[in-house]
Design a protein around this ligand. Structure first.
Ligand code: IVH
Length: 675
């Protein structure tokens, strides 16, 4: 392509990708399927790789992390980032309104713009001629930290503004949040890796933004929601509500559910409504912010030392409560992780009755010094599992007993082990029913095999009655087994069997994730599937080959290898296949394809592999399998009792491999040792 055409194609791709990013990350309303988006993205990446001189910092391909920093540079704010005065009830809101009207000398209701108060990390994004040039934390309000490289990785941060009409220099302010669901997933992964969990989504968001290695930030599910700018008047907007509309048009995601209301009555109704809907928000909110809408009035009201007179935060009641710890019991999870759980005198926390709260791990119990019999503060954040925050020393009697982590699994009696450098003790029992239940739930979960109807109650029964002893047993269930279970009407049995039937054809990434291999979360499972293409190739890969996959380090590689080296696990996979489970591979991307353009023909019976397995592995390496031998065939693989194809191969001079030679080569190709 001539240079000019390349340039315009690159621009067209960037414009299209920005548009689709905005639809997807900001509006939550994608127009095209992921595959179509990926194709655009890959085309842009390829063009930029061939024309590095055309790479621009605001290209959508440049959201990747940059190499780690030693420290953040100070980032002074052109206009101080103020904080807000708080009120905690409706009387406080009425006082705020009265103050505003007294100051303005009016008896008329004031128009307010109301927004949810987002519980994340305040940041400022600076745009110069529409391009993102700096991202900074709030810091002390005057000087923050320069976290540009990190904020560039957040998909809802526009690298270039959309539309038109923005001022040449624009400082957009807002909050970086981590959606609650993503936070829970991240914490599960942290625990699987033996790392301490984050206390709440806000800490997780703040920790992710303040990472010295932006490649880590890039992997964290963060969102930026805009709620203002440093100099509102320069945007041409006459009121805050108009400003929010402009920010949305320029490509920002603004705090959802904002509203313009009339007077204090309107503000009060808004706050009540949002508080009632608090749990329905995808991210944490801890109140509402009520802002005088008109910019002219905001200017007249001005500010005091640290907060503007034109805005107030209406804070929701904290979701904390005080109760007593009746017992601390070890609870065994899916991966064998043993978590200390506090059994509590039931208490209502933010409208929900809480009887159990996690203490995360023995180190946390020790650090917080929580004992059986203590009075404690429990906290519920979103729909996160409630946790014990601290004990109340003033209510200690001396009768409290410390928690002792058992050295035997409370469910199966196997030894408890705490691997070097990890905070979480684990049950070592392979056949531990608690682990099996957890594994089954993960296997059946939506992001894995999506077996509708297989929830905790059913899993408990299947395991407790001995009907299911490993994952593969699921596919041997029939009406007869299900008939004897509680709450299992004919219709539910039929539905479950139908769901199992659908689950028999499963995509490789989902299957790998469903197996619940330690350290293999969804993203790693997807990366393994993309690289190896087939289950057999993953099962055969050695640690070195595994480590060649992006994001797979020595620990993950060891864990995958250990999982498939375990004969019980291999047998389980084989039994699933024998029951008709078909794990659907994908063409491995980015993986070496040493057999690209090569054609194989199989004849006779193979011993260690089925034909199907052999075919999938050849295909995973880019090769093709056909049935007839011709001059274009590259290899004929001959098993026991071969047909006429072996003779024809020799006649045509096509190389013939016996099974041993084939497997040897196949493995060498998979390891990338043979061209
Ligand atoms: S307006 C001068 N709007 O609350 C206006 N702040 O206590 C100051 N916050 O540091 C900010 N959601 O991080 C505003 N919709 C919202 C907000 C919001 C969350 C945070 C912000 C600020 C803190 C002030």
């Amino acid at each position: 392509m001539p240079q000019n055409d390349v340039r315009s194609r690159i621009e067209a791709l960037r414009t299209a990708i920005r548009h689709h990013d905005h639809r997807y990350y900001v509006l939550d309303d994608p127009e095209i399927p992921d595959e179509a988006y990926d194709a655009l993205f890959r085309e842009l990446q390829a063009l930029e790789a061939r024309h590095p001189e055309l790479v621009a910092p605001d290209s959508p391909t440049q959201r990747v992390g940059a190499p780690p920093l030693d420290a953040f540079a100070p980032a002074p704010h052109a206009v101080p980032m103020l904080s807000l005065d708080n009120v905690t009830d409706e009387a406080g809101l009425a006082e705020f309104d009265a103050r505003v009207r007294r100051f303005l000398g009016t008896d008329d209701p004031v128009a307010y713009a109301c927004e949810p108060k987002l519980d994340g990390l305040a940041v400022e994004l600076t745009y110069d001629a529409g391009r993102l040039v700096r991202g900074a934390t709030r810091g002390n309000g005057l000087v923050g930290e320069d976290v540009t490289a990190n904020l560039r990785t957040v998909p809802s941060v526009p690298l270039a503004l959309l539309g038109s009409g923005w001022p040449d220099r624009l400082d957009v302010r807002g909050e970086v949040v981590m959606p609650v669901a993503a936070f829970q997933r991240l914490n599960r992964e942290q625990e699987e890796r033996g790392l301490p969990p984050f206390a709440n989504p806000r800490n997780a968001a703040a920790g992710s933004v303040r990472q010295l290695d932006s490649r880590v930030t890039a992997r964290r599910p963060l969102e930026f929601l805009a709620y203002g700018v440093a100099r509102p008047v320069e945007t041409g907007a006459k009121a805050h509500s108009e400003l929010l509309e402009r920010l949305a048009a320029w490509g920002f995601r603004v705090a959802d559910r904002w509203e313009q209301v009339d007077g204090v009555e309107g503000a009060r109704a808004y706050c009540r409504r949002i508080e009632a809907e608090r749990d329905g928000f995808p991210y944490e909110i801890d109140g509402c912010v009520v802002k005088v809408d008109a910019h002219g009035l905001q200017e007249r009201l001005g500010e005091r030392s640290r907060a503007p007179r034109w805005a107030v935060a209406y804070k929701f009641a904290p979701r904390q409560a005080v109760t007593r710890v009746l017992d601390i019991v070890p609870s065994v999870g899916r991966t064998g992780a043993i978590t200390p759980v506090a059994e509590l005198e039931p208490v209502t926390v933010g409208g929900v009755t809480v009887g159990r709260a996690t203490l995360h791990n023995p180190d946390e119990v020790a650090r917080k010094d929580v004992r059986i019999g203590d009075w404690v503060v429990v906290q519920r954040a979103g729909d996160v599992i409630p946790e014990v925050v601290r004990f109340l020393p003033e209510r200690r009697t001396g009768e409290e007993r410390p928690f002792q982590m058992p050295d035997r699994c409370p469910v199966c009696g196997a030894r408890v082990e705490r691997p070097e450098g990890e905070v979480i003790p684990r049950c070592t029992g392979l056949a531990c029913p608690a682990q099996l239940k957890g594994r089954l739930l993960q296997f059946a979960s939506r992001r894995a095999l999506d077996i509708d109807g297989l929830g905790t109650k059913l899993v408990d029964q299947l395991v407790d009655k001995g009907l299911v002893k490993d994952l593969a047993d699921l596919f041997r269930l029939g009406r007869a087994e299900l008939a004897g279970l509680d709450r299992m009407a004919d219709k539910s049995a039929d539905n479950l069997l139908a769901a199992l039937e659908r689950a028999r054809r499963v995509d490789l990434a989902r299957f790998l994730y469903g197996l619940g291999i330690r350290h293999v979360g969804e993203a790693t499972a997807r990366a393994l599937a993309d690289r190896f293409g087939t289950l057999d190739a993953v099962m055969a890969a050695d640690e070195e080959a595994l480590q060649a996959v992006p994001d797979v380090g020595p620990e993950v590689a060891r864990s995958v290898r250990a999982f498939f080296d375990e004969p019980a696990n291999r047998a389980s996979v084989e039994r699933m296949r024998a029951s008709g489970v078909e794990v659907l591979g994908s063409a491995p991307s980015g993986a070496p394809r040493p057999l690209e353009g090569k054609t194989f023909v199989f004849t006779g019976t193979l011993d260690a592999l089925t034909r199907e397995q052999a075919r999938r592995r050849v295909e995973a390496l880019g090769g093709k399998v056909t049935s007839a031998v011709s001059r274009n065939t590259d290899f004929v693989v001959v098993g026991a009792a071969p047909g006429s194809k072996a003779g024809r191969a020799r006649d045509l001079g096509v190389p013939v491999l016996d099974e041993a030679a084939f497997r040897e080569r196949l493995e060498a190709w998979e390891r990338g040792e043979l061209p």
